[in-house]
Design a binder for this molecule. Structure first.
Ligand code: C5P
Ligand code: MG
Length: 159
């Protein structure tokens, strides 16, 4: 097969006293995201999209949140590992498109930094990585400021 497509989704609860890390970038914020790892919801969605594209299970299978090795782990290492799995399966990353859904703070000034961080981790060009931002229009858990969500699709190309 020349191409494989993958989709990923993730959600983390908003809490105080933790940093807000998106795509490996720490965003100035008075709250963060809860989780066993650094709770980088954007990296998790992209990681799952890559793992899904090669039908290799899901992020929790490769990095169980019961494993003390991953407590507080930087999620870019999960992403790097997924790219390695794809390479072992004979695929390179064609492009990644993603959306982070968070009511506040405004993220658009961090777009390039997040794209550069993700691209460097995946060892691809920044032009191959898209990151979009949306509010949830004050509706539902994301809109009420209780959680953050992220979605991603990835296209893998046969190496
Ligand atoms: O959700 P909404 O359509 O109102 O978002 C409008 C724009 O605001 C988005 O396209 C995005 O550029 C920006 N935005 C942002 N940070 C957020 C949510 C949205 O920069 N947390
Ligand atoms: Mg997660």
């Amino acid at each position: 097969m020349s191409f494989r497509i993958g989709q990923g989704w993730d959600n983390h609860r908003i809490v105080t006293g933790r940093p807000l890390i998106l795509g490996g970038i720490t965003i100035p914020s008075d709250f963060g995201l809860d989780g066993h790892s650094d709770a980088d919801v954007a990296s998790h969605a992209i990681t799952d999209a890559i793992i899904g594209a090669i039908a290799a299970g899901d992020i929790g299978m490769h990095f169980p949140d019961t494993d003390p090795r991953w407590k507080g782990a930087g999620s870019l290492q999960f992403l790097k590992h997924a790219v390695q799995l794809a390479a072992e399966a004979g695929y390179t990353i064609g492009n990644v498109d993603s959306t982070i859904i968070l009511e506040r703070p405004k993220l658009k000034d961090f777009r390039l930094a997040i794209r550069e961080s993700l691209a460097a981790t995946m060892d691809i060009a920044v032009e191959q990585v898209s990151v979009k931002f949306k509010t949830a229009e004050k509706v539902g858990p994301v809109g009420e400021g209780r959680s953050a969500e992220s979605q991603a699709v990835v296209l893998l190309v046969k190496a």
